[in-house]
Design a protein around this ligand. Structure first.
Ligand SMILES: Cc1cc2nc3c(=O)[nH]c(=O)nc-3n(C[C@H](O)[C@H](O)[C@H](O)COP(=O)(O)OP(=O)(O)OC[C@H]3O[C@@H](n4cnc5c(N)ncnc54)[C@H](O)[C@@H]3O)c2cc1C
Length: 380
């Protein structure tokens, strides 16, 4: 019998499995249904690691996640995993006052930042020539862009090296609870475990339902475009509070750009994974509005992935029964906090820690209205 099985090879699950191995928690398994790790929401994401964060808990989670990211980069020797572009949040003067309160917390955390008016934005980044009069920018030079798939691969390898029986191409097809164990039916046969942590992203609710347990969790669709732009290396990671648009360099000649959140429930096994034509038009228009040189840019492709919504847009991390634990509810911010949330979920599953504020049952299980907002990640 396994001491702990972690289901899901995304950012959260791989980090959880490595945490258990490092703690010496006995026999540990990691199961990923795809033939590779980091291929679902993690691999589809923008990979933006911003530090301009309002919620004190999230500030700690992001700081811890950055330690995981840097360690994975160092251990893998993959120096393309993390790109250090710095982040620039564009906002109106009214919003800048609110954002400055958060920026002050950067000072308290020894994170460098600068407040720029429109002229200073143009001076530092001449390509950003379309900001509205009255636009302010908060620049955080140590913000990052990460390749989440590379991160998952690195952590997966480290978990294997640390003794985790980590398997790809093994899908959990059924799950039930017995008095002294959790029984998993998988595509590779029956597996029994003393404890199971479900870190299966937007499939998590489907898996808990197999055990007869419902959770307050609904997946929603988010779109992103990959754009060839020869000057992307002269841009920071950009986000605009008035439109929720974000743009990040992804290498020196490519950008990722997104918004297009569709706040209604989608089935992770049956949704349109291509970007919509309307999204592509909107994102191209938004990009060219801010950066006129982007008229020479070329759309490579666009795609859609799912994020996990919760009633308060905060994660669900903890026990749903004595032996079954979950870690989900990224609400769109699951790479930036994922390593630390995977670690936390694992510590809870090992009985080492509690996180009452993230208790999965702080809301009644079942459906709820998906609402916009960052759940306190950013000032609202
Ligand atoms: C377009 C887009 C842009 C985003 N941009 C950002 C961003 O810039 N910054 C940020 O912080 N976040 C971003 N996010 C959110 C982020 O991608 C997610 O929060 C994060 O990847 C969640 O990681 P995860 O490990 O929980 O889920 P996943 O990466 O989805 O991993 C779950 C894994 O579980 C596996 N699995 C599921 N069911 C089973 C089963 N039955 N058996 C075995 N394995 C199973 C899946 O195959 C999958 O690999 C974005 C999301 C999208 C869609």
């Amino acid at each position: 019998m396994q001491d702990l099985v972690v289901i899901g090879g995304g950012v959260w699950g791989t980090s959880a499995a490595l945490t258990a191995a490092r703690a010496g928690f006995g026999k540990i398994m990691l199961l990923e249904k795809n033939a590779y790790v980091g291929g679902e929401s993690s691999g589809k994401s923008g990979g933006i690691i911003s530090q301009l964060i309002a919620h004190p808990d999230d500030q700690r989670l992001v700081a811890r996640s950055r330690e995981w990211l840097f360690e994975a980069e160092a251990e893998s020797g993959d120096h393309s995993m993390i790109q250090r572009w710095g982040g620039l949040v564009l906002c109106s003067e009214a919003e800048s006052r609110k954002l400055m309160e958060v920026a002050e917390t950067l000072r308290a955390r020894d994170i460098p930042f600068a407040l720029w008016d429109r002229a200073a934005i143009a001076e530092h980044y001449p390509l950003i020539d379309g900001a509205e009069p009255g636009t302010f920018g908060i620049f955080s030079p140590t913000d990052l862009h990460v390749n989440p798939t590379a991160y998952c691969q690195s952590v997966f390898s480290a978990a294997r090296a640390a003794g985790v029986d980590a398997r790809v191409g093994v899908a959990v097809t059924d799950l039930h609870l017995e008095a002294d164990r959790v029984v998993l039916e998988t595509s590779a046969g029956r597996i029994e475990a003393a404890r199971v942590l479900i870190a299966a992203g937007t499939w998590t609710r489907k898996l808990t339902k197999m055990a007869g347990i419902d959770i307050p969790y609904r997946p929603y669709r988010v779109q992103i475009a990959s754009i060839a732009f020869s000057e992307s290396g002269r841009l920071p990671i950009l986000s605009e509070t008035s439109t929720d648009m974000y743009i990040t360099p992804d290498g020196p000649t490519n950008l990722l750009a997104g918004d297009g959140t569709q706040l209604w429930e989608h089935d992770p096994d049956d949704y349109n994974q291509q970007g919509d034509a309307a999204f592509e038009e909107d994102i191209a228009a938004g990009l060219m509005r801010l950066i006129s040189a982007a008229r020479h840019a070329e759309l490579r492709r666009s795609w859609a992935g799912l994020c996990g919504g919760t009633p308060d847009r905060r994660p669900l991390v903890g026990a749903v029964s004595e032996r079954l634990f979950i870690a989900c509810g990224d609400n769109g911010f699951g790479v930036v906090r994922g390593p630390a949330l995977g670690e936390l979920a694992c510590r809870i599953a090992m009985g080492e820690e509690t996180a009452p504020g993230l208790d999965p049952f702080r809301f009644p299980p079942g459906d709820f209205v998906l609402r916009p907002g960052s759940g306190g990640m950013f000032p609202e």
